[in-house]
Design a protein around this ligand. Structure first.
Ligand code: FES
Length: 74
């Protein structure tokens, strides 16, 4: 299934780049250009990155960007 239809990049290709060490949409973009045209695939790329590259203990679906457990103001 295509993740980026502008450049014909498949989910498998993005996962491959993740396995090779890409950990941000920008790194995926420099590897295969995905996300550099219309940008509509960036969210899907982020979702693939979230699952593949950064193992998290939080349940998927939480969108909070703030790390938990850090004091706000010391
Ligand atoms: S679908 Fe990926 S840049 Fe347009």
């Amino acid at each position: 299934m295509y993740v980026c239809s502008c450049f014909g990049v498949t989910e498998e290709q993005v996962k491959q780049h993740v396995e090779n060490g890409a950990c941000s949409p920008r790194q995926i973009a420099s590897a295969c250009k995905a996300g550099t045209d219309c940008g509509s695939c960036v969210r899907r790329i982020q979702a693939l990155l979230g699952r593949g590259a950064l193992p998290r203990r939080e349940p998927a679906g939480r969108t909070s960007a703030a790390p938990t457990g850090l004091p706000e103001a010391a």
